[in-house]
Structure formats: structure tokens, C-alpha cells
Write a protein that binds this ligand. Sequence first.
Ligand code: GLU
Length: 317
Amino acid sequence: MDNLDHILAGIAAEMRGMENRGKVADYIQPLAAVSPHKFGMAVVTAGGSVHLAGDAEEAFSIQSISKVFALTLAIGAVGDQLWRRVGREPSGSAFNSIVQLESEHGIPRNPFINAGAIVVTDVLLGHHQPREAIGQMLRFVRELAGDDTITVDEAVARAEQDTGFRNKALANYMRAFGNIHGDVEQVLGTYFHFCALAMSCRQLALAGRYLMDGGRTTREKGGHRVITDRRARRINALMMSCGHYDNSGDFAYRIGLPGKSGVGGGILAVAPGIASIAVWSPGLNASGNSQLGQLALERLVQHTGWSVFEPRGGAGG
Ligand code: GLU
């Protein structure tokens, strides 16, 4: 698909010239140190072709995008029982809000806000020690991406640990409601390591293939089933409704693809049956989502007609 290379090159060129790049996350030093001028994009198609633009090979902190992989592992471990401990509704509040937990008795709104992902991590620790759970996650993303070089950035994990007072409050609060079963420090230590996974756009787009392809890594021989197609569909539904904090409605409106963002400036987006897409630009908008990442995805769906709301076979517009 030469056309796709052409589209990505055009988007990268447009993004290079953008002045309003948002604000790089500065709650920890390793994120604050990242240049706001970075921009990368990767598209992996259902046919298996890989298309890259800009800094698509540079690893960045995937942060909350890891919540998708943690959810996939937790559903695999306990199935639908997970939904007794975490909801499936958009939160309408910030990713680390504590107020909602009070009225909802310690059951987080969804697995993609911090409180929800901390519960998901606790579920994974019901089956493993922290070291094993972190190893399991690392093996999982390496296998999904077909790339053994993916690592956890220990400096990021440590910085999260040193500054994560609000996450500690969330975890302790849920523990008081009986919705965290394990040791709070261990749950958080594991959660912070998940957030600290470092991946490039190429690796992330490859890792997202199972969501594009009904739960399978690839269609070719050698591709294997990660989850059932029903579960892949449902994770996509959650990404569409809850993947962008308090900006999820606007993301669906502008882009129309399931996606998950992280405060490192990455976004993983899925065009079911068509492509897995990763984009990275560290500057964030007021809701904590990549400013240019969203714009780049908006451009991509305009050019390709990949929005899930596009009548199939129609052109973009
Ligand atoms: N490590 C961040 C936190 O838990 C993740 C935030 C994010 O990417 O949404 O505060």
C-alpha cells in the first residue's frame, strides 16, 4: 500500500510544522525530559504490511496504554468475574479521580481509569507474585509484538513509585471497601511497572494486532489466538467508550476508532479488520491525551475512511 506510506508521510510533515503541540507530562522527571518535538506513527494492516513515519522506531513510555494489555490478561485469568469488581461505563472524570469511588463503593467505573487498572492488577496478583506478574506482562507484549527487545523503564517505574501518592490513596481507599485483596504496596509496584513499559510505535502497533483481527495475532500461519473474537470485540468497545479519560466522547466523535491513550503521549487505535495503529507525540491536551496524536489519527481516518462509523466501502471525508 504505497498510498498509506504517502498518507503517513504527509501527516508526519504536517505535524512537524505544528506550533500548538500541547504540554508534556511533568509529574515525573523522565517524562518531563522528553522533547515535545517528537512525532511517530505506525500502521500495521490486516494483510501484515507495516508502514512507519517520523520517530516510529523510538521507544517511549506507554503508560496507560498498558491498561489494555493488563485487562486482556485479567479477562483471560478470571473471565467475566472481573466485572464484579470493575464497571464498564465511561467515568466522565479525570483518570485519577477519587470522588466517584466514594459514591460507587470502591468499584471503579472502568478498567481504563487508574482505579480500575489498579483493581485489574490486583486480580493478576491473585495468580502471581509481583515479579512473576511483571514478567508475565513483559512476555505477553513481547509475544504480541514479536519483539524480545521490549523492556520496562526502571527509572520511570521508580519515579512513579516515588510520586504516586494519589494512586496510593486510590488503592487504599478501594482496599477499605474490600475491592483490593492483596498488599497495596505490591499491587502498586506492579501497576507502576506496567505503566513503565517502553515501546515504539512500531512495537505498539504490532502488539495491537490481536484487537484488529478478532483476537488473533496474525492471519498468516504462525499467528495464534490471544483471546476469543467476542472478547476482542468487547475490549474494543471499552476502548471506544472509555479509552481517553474525560475526552472519550470527543475522540469517538472526531476519530471514530477504539483507542487508548497514555500520558507518555502515545495512542493505540484499532480499525477492526483493517489496521492496528500507534501514534506518539508527547505534548498533551487538557484531558491528558496526545494533542498531535489525536490530530494525526483524525487526519488518517479522513484520508482512509477507517472510522467504524463509516459505511463500509465508503470514502473518508
Ligand atoms: N502512571 C500514570 C499514573 O498512574 C498513568 C497515567 C496515564 O497514562 O493515564 O498516574
